[in-house]
Design a binder for this molecule. Structure first.
Ligand SMILES: [Zn+2]
Ligand SMILES: [Zn+2]
Ligand SMILES: [Zn+2]
Length: 122
């Protein structure tokens, strides 16, 4: 109870669920064929590390090119920035214990039954 976890609630919705209740179940991601067998670009957000900062909250991992960027709760929002500039559609959580994916153009989060193990960051 004493610990402060300012970032847990906003992202909690996306963890451990197949689809959000608030969204129709018949929506599905049409970009699954763009998930590649990629390696994470590194243990931290590419842009933040390049700028010498480490103040991200959560990390997201692009499934098309392997870019690791910070989430929208982070000051840099580089995962979304990566999507804006590259239009790579799908990210996966790069957080330990989180298996979900998120598709930007479809605006849905989901899990894949046959997903490879999440390497996550240290
Ligand atoms: Zn999609
Ligand atoms: Zn960042
Ligand atoms: Zn990418």
């Amino acid at each position: 109870m004493a610990s402060t976890a300012p970032h847990t609630f906003k992202d909690a919705r996306a963890s451990g669920v197949v689809a959000s209740e608030s969204r129709p179940m018949d929506r599905s991601c049409k970009h699954l064929d763009q998930i590649r067998d990629v390696m994470p670009s590194g243990p931290g957000c590419v842009e933040c590390v390049a700028a010498g900062r480490h103040d991200w909250v959560h990390l997201r991992w692009c499934q098309e090119c392997g870019h690791v960027g910070c989430c929208d709760n982070s000051p840099g929002k580089h995962a979304t920035g990566h999507n804006r500039t590259t239009h790579h559609p799908i990210i996966r959580s790069y957080e330990p214990g989180e298996e979900w994916y998120y598709c930007y153009p479809d605006d849905i989060d989901f899990e894949l039954a046959d997903a490879p193990p999440n390497p996550s960051h240290p």
